[in-house]
Design a protein around this ligand. Structure first.
Ligand code: BES
Ligand code: MN
Ligand code: ZN
Length: 495
């Protein structure tokens, strides 16, 4: 745990303090000592500080107290929401880095304004702070002396410390789950191949007594008929695996929540090879799998009283003399045959077998996370996760959790007309649509063929799983899905 919660009386000992400021100039910053309040007022009177959202100022109070106040504009207090707080904290941390400051104390009470309660503001700060501090440096560790000896120290000061501590920890644990997913996502294909991903799951199992991990290797997959997963993995020297990651936090016998994550450790497209431009980004094609592991880690860390089954089909999609080809017909674990018309539509193939397999655990519902289609980016950009489901209640639950989680989802329809498009003349189903358009939905229609009438939500995270640096995230993987599903699970567990 990197985040330190300190007593409010120690606030003035901090070197750098982040303070929330709102648009109304007569508003006082909640919970600040009068001396600092006066400093902010003085600065406000100069006229630069308006308190608008996205605004950020560093001011230098006189006297013995803190050296710097990082003033974070929040907009009008009556319009304040959790996401504005998260973004403000993200920006404050980026600012510290820019000015080479390696510590920040967040005055949490000053962010709890309007409808936002202190606990929620503090949780948002803990979550956003932990996400914003993340950097992927596995293969380029800090070399500059100052960064080495000064790992960033993040503190959170608030008046009612004990009341809110549980919420703060929760924010931090969710962010750590997302950061774990980000590290796996960011790790390149030569370092994170299916077997290496399995190893990561196994280490999770070693770390938490309530997590059990089993890995099916190729011989077992062949014997048991995982024909779709094996087909996709056939072009690579790195064999495919199926990772089974079970968390038992609930009662024995209680139906688990089923989670499936697409684990294509690199997607070249296979024989239907992708263009070279940006092909490197296909190292992120296992971000669904990473999210599942991040979620299970966070659930275990929070000791959520429920059972989870995570299934990760992992493979590398490469062209070679042994690769599967366009036109091939695969027999999936479900027994249904699949005509492969494009080897680049591989995600749905490995998910097909995983969806069939997970039903053996009799889950109450299934959620799959996958960087499945470029089409979801056409539809929703990099802003929202595409959601497709066979169940209104479950989708509504996920949509509602999304509103608080800071991740966005948007549901797309799954009508019969779309189901028509994946029919095949020679097999039970084709792996791509016979017509162009609605690629995210036709992919979902394909997945649905492997669900035997049970509540299921498919999350297409292709647009949100990685990106450019923003207010909170650094460039690279985002851990998309972890915050969303954790919010939903926490509500479900009634925590
Ligand atoms: N992993 C890709 C989807 C993807 C593409 C994610 C771009 C993020 C950015 C997936 O395996 C894929 O290649 N999908 C194809 C499907 C098509 C062949 C029907 C796509 O979206 O182009
Ligand atoms: Mn592909
Ligand atoms: Zn893919």
């Amino acid at each position: 745990m990197a985040l330190k919660i300190i007593d409010y009386k120690d606030l003035l000992k901090a070197e750098n303090i982040a303070v929330g400021v709102v648009e109304n100039s007569s508003a006082r910053s909640r919970g600040l000592p009068p001396g600092l309040e006066a400093e902010i007022k003085r600065f406000r009177q100069i006229g630069d500080l308006k308190g608008k959202k996205d605004e950020l100022y560093v001011i230098y109070p006189a006297g013995k107290g803190p050296r710097r106040l990082i003033l974070c504009g929040l907009g009008k207090s009556e319009d304040l929401d959790i996401e504005k707080i998260r973004k403000a904290i993200g920006r404050a941390i980026k600012k510290c880095r820019e000015i080479k400051q390696w510590n920040l104390t967040i005055a949490a009470d000053s962010f709890a304004l309007g409808k936002v309660k202190t606990g929620n503001a503090a949780q948002a700060a803990a979550l956003a702070g932990t996400l914003a501090l993340y950097q992927y440096r596995e293969y380029k560790p800090a070399r500059k002396a100052e960064e080495k000896i000064m790992p960033f120290k993040l503190c959170l000061a608030l008046r009612e410390k004990t009341v809110n501590i549980r919420q703060i920890k929760q924010g931090e644990i969710i962010a750590e789950g997302a950061n774990f997913a980000r590290t796996l996502g960011n790790r390149p294909g030569n370092r994170l191949f299916p077997q290496a991903l399995a190893k990561e799951a196994i280490s999770l199992g070693r770390k938490y007594s309530k997590i059990t991990v089993r890995v099916k290797q190729k011989p077992e997959l062949s014997k048991q008929g995982f024909g779709a997963l094996l087909g996709v993995g056939s072009g690579s020297i790195n064999p495919p695996v199926l990772i089974e990651c079970i968390y038992r936090g609930g009662k024995t016998g209680q139906a688990p929540v089923g989670l499936v994550g697409k684990g294509i450790t690199f997607d070249s497209g296979g024989i239907s090879i992708k263009p070279s431009a940006k092909m490197d980004e296909m190292r992120y094609d296992m971000c669904g799998a990473a999210a599942v592991l991040g979620i299970i880690q966070s659930a275990a860390e929070l000791k959520l009283p429920l059972n989870l089954v995570g299934i990760i089909p992992a493979a590398e999609n490469l062209p070679s003399a042994t690769a599967y080809r366009p036109g091939d017909i695969l027999t999936s674990l479900s027994g249904q045959t699949i005509e492969v018309l494009n080897t680049d539509a591989e995600g749905r193939l490995i998910l097909a077998d995983a969806l069939t397999y997970i039903q053996r655990f009799k889950p109450e519902c299934i959620i799959d996370l996958a960087t499945l289609t470029g089409a979801v980016i056409v539809a929703l950009g990099h802003i929202a996760i595409g959601l497709v489901s066979n169940n209104d209640q479950l989708s509504d639950e996920i949509k509602s959790a999304a509103r608080d989680s800071g991740e966005r989802v948007w549901r797309l329809p799954l009508w019969d007309e779309y189901r028509e498009l994946i029919k095949s003349e020679v097999a039970d189903v084709a792996n791509i649509s016979s017509k162009s358009g609605a690629g995210t939905i036709t992919a979902s229609a394909f997945l649905e063929k492997f669900i035997n009438s049970m509540p299921w939500v498919h999350l297409d995270i292709a647009g949100t799983a990685w990106g450019e640096a923003g207010a909170i995230y650094s460039k690279g993987a985002t851990g998309s899905g972890v915050r969303l599903i954790m919010e939903w699970l926490i509500r479900k567990a009634g925590k």
